[in-house]
Design a protein around this ligand. Structure first.
Ligand SMILES: [Zn+2]
Length: 136
């Protein structure tokens, strides 16, 4: 809806029906416009007619999946088995690295924890500065 003489688009009416936010002007227009109210009413009639049609469990599931996909606005993909394996391996690797990082350091050369934190911080500050100012 680009100006007050235009009626709400189908997408805007869909958003209103779904209870999603729309532009305030659109909401006000639809509330006071007989044509937009008629369009909203037609959809309510169609929805009621669709509810009357007997559907199998499979059809209901496909409709539900299509509805969820439309609401998300993006195609829904099931993660492949390899992605799950890769994600699990990644989580395991991170957990292992974190566990090794938390493991006690060698007793031969005890490290001052505070010194490590400052040394590491200094290194990362230097690295960030280097990346922001590559010539210096
Ligand atoms: Zn209208």
């Amino acid at each position: 809806m680009s100006n007050s003489t235009l009626h709400a688009t189908t997408a805007e009416l869909d958003r209103l029906r779904a209870g999603l936010p729309v532009d305030a002007r659109t909401g006000t227009h639809v509330d006071g416009c007989p044509l937009c109210q008629t369009a909203m009413g037609r959809w309510h009639q169609r929805a009621a007619a669709i509810r009357e049609v007997p559907l199998s469990a499979g059809q209901r599931n496909r409709l539900r999946a299509a509805r969820l996909q439309a609401l998300d606005g993006a195609p829904r993909q099931r993660p492949s088995r390899w992605r799950l394996v890769a994600a699990s391996a990644g989580v395991f690797g991170v957990a292992l690295a974190f566990g090794l990082w938390l493991a006690p350091q060698s007793t031969l050369a005890p490290m001052d924890a505070h010194a490590d934190i400052y040394t590491d911080s200094d290194f990362y500050l230097w690295l960030e500065n280097r990346e922001q100012n590559p010539g210096s």
